[in-house]
Design a protein around this ligand. Structure first.
Ligand SMILES: O=C(O)c1cc(C(=O)O)c2c(n1)C(=O)C(=O)c1cc(C(=O)O)[nH]c1-2
Length: 257
């Protein structure tokens, strides 16, 4: 009688649920992104985003190497390995990480500061390391499912490119090449990962594990932006509010604190 409850969802329903639940929790509408897209980040705030996100970028090939090592299947490894090449390149100057370094230079971040990770916020480090630890401990299926946030990255990156070109003209357009090259790659990567997850999640329990892995990953991405927002946006707002407060003499009607 209870077997229906535990039957796996049909593949198309499962895939739709991954898309819906993932997008609901994705970081595309995080307040820090909203400020970025509206052109309301200062150069300093934009720099801090680039510096902190670089730490995330450097963790990606490490977690992908862990995923590779979990698979017994040469065909899977042949497909997945291109992710390492995409980020690390085939030489020192042609991968995603070196493109990100050029982005950092274009927004005025010192390269030694960027690569030393000294300016990475503790919470950002914690979140990014959490992604690597999660993938290290998880099954291959869960680890692949956690990468499915990439389903939503292309739209966000396209929006980011347009916003940066419009609102931050002081950033050399060529420095946005990381995002331009990432749009088709993320689309391809997400498609491959989705196909794998849909085929391999054979039980309802495994399907739920995939949904949970995707949720966990969205939390990691959101936490990164929460840290940036709380450190670089909130204090400036409080300063501005403080400056806008009426003086003692003119505040008879202000509520008592
Ligand atoms: O800029 C973004 O918002 C964003 C998001 C994500 C994502 O959704 O996980 C990735 C990236 N960028 C990215 O550049 C990237 O290489 C990447 C790899 C992965 C992954 O989990 O394997 N996600 C993302």
């Amino acid at each position: 009688m209870t077997s229906d409850l535990h039957a796996p969802l049909p593949a198309d329903v499962f895939v739709e649920r991954l898309r819906q639940e993932g997008l609901q929790r994705y970081h595309h509408e995080h307040p820090f992104h909203v400020l970025m897209h509206e052109g309301r980040l200062s150069p300093h705030q934009l720099q801090q985003w680039v510096v902190n996100r670089y730490y995330y970028q450097t963790r990606i090939p490490i977690k992908d190497a862990l995923i590779l090592a979990k698979s017994e299947d040469p065909a899977f490894r042949r497909t997945w390995i291109h992710r390492l090449h995409d980020h690390d390149g085939h030489g020192p100057d042609d991968g995603g990480l070196s493109q990100w370094q050029r982005l950092a230079a274009a927004v005025g971040v010192d390269s030694a500061l960027l690569t030393s990770f000294q300016a990475v916020l503790p919470g950002v480090r914690f979140a990014c390391d959490g992604y690597v630890s999660f993938v290290r401990e998880a099954s291959l299926l869960e680890a692949v499912a956690s990468s499915l946030t990439e389903l939503f990255a292309p739209d966000l990156m396209a929006k980011r490119i347009a916003a940066w070109e419009r609102h931050y003209p002081w950033v050399d357009r060529q420095a946005l090449d990381y995002f331009r090259s990432r749009v088709p790659r993320a689309t391809r990567d997400a498609g491959e990962a989705l196909e794998f997850v849909a085929a391999q999640a054979a039980t309802r329990e495994q399907q739920q594990q995939c949904l949970d892995a995707l949720t966990r990953k969205t939390e990691i991405l959101r936490h990164l932006l929460d840290c940036l927002y709380n450190t670089y946006v909130v204090p400036e707002r409080q300063d501005a509010d403080h400056r806008a407060e009426p003086s003692e003499a003119g505040c008879e009607s202000a509520p008592a604190r």
